[in-house]
Design a protein around this ligand. Sequence first.
Ligand code: AHG
Ligand code: MN
Ligand code: MN
Length: 332
Amino acid sequence: MYTLGEFVLRNKDHFSYSIEALLRLFSSIKLASKAIHKEVNKAGLTEKIIGSTGITNIHGENQQKLDDFSHKAFIESFKSRNVVCGIASEESKDFIVIKKGIKENPYQYIVLIDPLDGSSNIDVNVSIGTIFSVYMRKSSIQMDLTIEDFLQKGNQQILAGYIIYGSSTILVYSTGNGVHGFTLDPSIGTFYLSHFNLHFPKEEKIYSINEGNYAKFPEGIKKFIRYCQEKKENRPYSARYIGSLVGDFHRNLIQGGIYIYPKTDSSPEGKLRLLYECNPMAFLAEQAGGKASNGKKRILDIEPSRLHQRTPFFCGPVKMVSQLEKFMENCK
Ligand code: AHG
Ligand code: MN
Ligand code: MN
């Protein structure tokens, strides 16, 4: 059984940048995710985790205590490992500069993070997650970081992944050489390789969408839902929706399904965040032989203009996403 560290070292050629930097990045990610795992597993026993902070975040959403805990855990963990120069988090209005001299902070990596995904599931014991994404800074290391360092297209990602805090805690990542999953053995606090080279299975089985919004969906989406429910070929598909992108994506990756979050009348740009949620999941989906689109365009080719930009998001096996795009195209 390989630990995450051993696997990274054995596959040095999977990463075109400094392997020491990659190990430091993972060291930060592992530490913060283990702290979150520990808290999640105590939820219900302690006031610290359940409920809201009373603060409305930048997205106009009620911030949960675990959103705040997770945000701080990741920021502190990255700060102490001298590998990252800037972080943008779903829970922070502006990007965060890690102030270190060039000598002490020689690695110039940018992290974008959704520290806690699926917050509405915290208090009800349903899977939640963390989504992370890493880029090289664009500006010179002699200069201050600029917003352009964070507004990079998803196709520039050098590392992306998620952690799912479910029936077990699993870390899934890609550096552009396949998608690999590692399960935490909580008794010794170590992640072990459990899912080597994940790929969407050949057979499509599932569609995942918040169908409660049906009346507000564009016509093409309604048509696709009817297509999924039709008794034809390998259909109808099963409907499965957790309301946590990480949980829904993870299940769909293993069992074969499409995740759909379209624009609606009330959210004309969609709900999910391009930089913290869609780009990393799109990177993983493509690495697993799938596809991710906003209905017209490849997610990874979208030029971001704002840190907290939203986008419609369709992600899963190529055939399903392409079929959905066809319906959207024909319904204009
Ligand atoms: P977050 O908890 O980080 O704000 O993300 C919630 C997102 C995503 O995880 C999930 O798929 C989606 O919101 C669910 O939205 P609905 O409740 O509107 O279906
Ligand atoms: Mn989220
Ligand atoms: Mn979140």
